[in-house]
Design a protein around this ligand. Structure first.
Ligand code: CO
Length: 470
């Protein structure tokens, strides 16, 4: 290997976002993060993923924290490393589509509060749902990374991914991500995919996967050899299982090769020492379920992301129907096919999962249909790669209008109206964005915040310690 040109592999550390989202239901608090940020900042990471995805919702809903404040506090302590977030395209960090003015303002404020790199994806891989966020990030001088939501199926050929990558580069993305939320990308397939994409685009390519199916470290090895530029890893105490491969392991693997990261293992060991007691605490409390730490080969059989598996388990538990688990798992791919064989990633993963549960529990398929399923079938989330099942579509939405344009073109500007609605609670410009995404949850949080500040309503303030549903 001596004659090979050096090409150190870059690493995005996910411990402050995806790792705890995948393993402990996004419950790591700002207080738990801050003491270690300065050390993380010394490692030499390409970026620290620390915001977006479920962190925003979980902060407001369960931790009673202002997500914007968390971002600012992390930024204060991470002077050298770029901060990265995950962004659900036109769905922002929520579960349905928003008007362009809200998307643009969210991107603007994310960057103003400290985000450098925004990873933007769409749950149906509908390119039209990415453009507003990409253009906004370009305008704010942020790095717009666009993700392919990786999935399997007849439609998802190498040509499909190459075509999508080309369009992403043309739309103004600064880099491309292969986002494999379920850990479906196998090592030798990664070689083919990365090579094909490298031949297609000039922008850097990052690979994001999960350890769920047990192949992820090997997938990274093959992807790096095939020329991928950046990989996502998590510090070992919150690695593996439904999370990412361990940072220290990948660093050691590439030591002395052309891909050597140059990271200091001693420093990484100190960081791991900090997080290990948090892992132990989560194991003791049951927040970290040991089941999520092993290899789950079902994810390959049913193509279901790890987070979705645990959602299904808890939905069935609530319905006292845990014995229906395997029936539901088998129903998931059928519902997915009916809904145009979409990728399974928030929010499509929740929509398909909930529908599968209902189909099994009610003993009749599509007897009960949540609004979100209807919205998918009427095109309100965008276009799918394959057509919807026409019989299912008819049964669920009848003769309702079907949207074929970019769905947000049908949504009037929302920002001014939202500002008025939450005016009485607003303490910072960003509050309207929290309110836009989660009106009820944000209002509860605003009330809590006010009570904390004034000390008037101790009852509300107390809810942090247990009274809120978790
Ligand atoms: Co992920």
């Amino acid at each position: 290997m001596a004659e090979q040109v050096k090409k150190p592999i870059k690493i995005t550390e996910t411990i402050l976002r995806d790792a705890h989202q995948s393993l402990i239901a996004t419950r790591m608090s700002t207080e738990e993060m801050l003491p270690i940020v300065e050390k993380l900042d010394q490692v030499g990471y390409h970026s620290l993923e620390c915001w977006g995805g479920a962190t925003f919702d979980a902060s407001l809903r369960f931790l009673k924290e202002d997500p914007w404040e968390r971002l600012r506090k992390i930024k204060d302590r991470a002077k050298n490393t770029k901060l990265q977030m995950l962004f659900r395209g036109q769905n922002i960090l929520g579960y349905s589509q928003y008007a362009d003015d809200v998307v643009e303002y969210f991107v603007q404020k994310s960057i103003a509060n400290g985000i450098d790199i925004i990873r933007i994806f769409d749950c149906l891989n509908d390119i039209r749902n990415l453009q507003t966020a990409v253009t906004a990030a370009n305008k704010e001088k942020g790095h717009a990374q666009v993700a392919l939501s990786y999935t399997l199926g007849d439609a998802y050929t190498l040509d499909y991914w190459k075509d999508m990558a080309k369009k992403i580069e043309e739309m103004g993305a600064n880099s491309l991500c292969i986002k494999d939320m379920a850990g479906l990308l196998l090592p030798y397939t990664a070689t083919e995919l990365v090579q094909a994409l490298k031949e297609t685009v000039n922008i850097p390519i990052q690979l994001h996967t999960h350890y769920t199916s047990g192949v992820a470290s090997m997938t990274y090895l093959k992807a790096v050899e095939a020329g991928v530029d950046v990989i996502d890893t998590a510090m070992s105490p919150f690695a593996l299982g439904t999370s990412q491969p361990a940072t220290e392991v990948m660093v050691e693997t590439f030591k002395g090769t052309p891909y050597d990261t140059g990271f200091d293992q001693q420093l990484l060991a100190e960081i791991a020492d900090y997080f290990r007691p948090l892992r132990d605490k989560a194991l003791d409390s049951g927040l970290l379920n040991p089941k999520n730490l092993g290899v789950n080969i079902k994810t390959l059989l049913y193509q279901v992301p790890g987070g979705m598996l645990s959602n299904l388990t808890s939905q069935l538990k609530d319905l006292h129907a845990e014995d229906k688990y395997y029936e539901v798992l088998e129903e998931v791919p059928r519902v997915r096919k009916d809904l145009g064989e979409c990728p399974l990633v928030t929010p499509s993963s929740q929509i398909v999962g909930t529908q599968a549960v209902m189909n099994v529990i009610n003993g009749e398929r599509y007897k009960m249909v949540p609004q979100q399923t209807k919205d998918v079938l009427s095109g309100k989330y965008g276009a799918t790669v394959k057509p919807f099942n026409p019989e299912v579509q008819k049964k669920c939405i009848g003769d309702a209008e079907i949207i074929t344009c970019r769905p947000a073109d049908k949504i009037e500007p929302q920002l001014e109206k939202l500002k008025k609605e939450c005016a009485q609670w607003t303490q910072q410009e960003e509050d309207v964005l929290s309110y836009a995404l989660f009106p009820q949850v944000a209002t509860e949080f605003f009330k809590y915040r006010e009570a904390q500040q004034t000390g008037v309503d101790a009852k509300v303030a107390d809810t942090k310690n247990g009274a809120y549903p978790v």
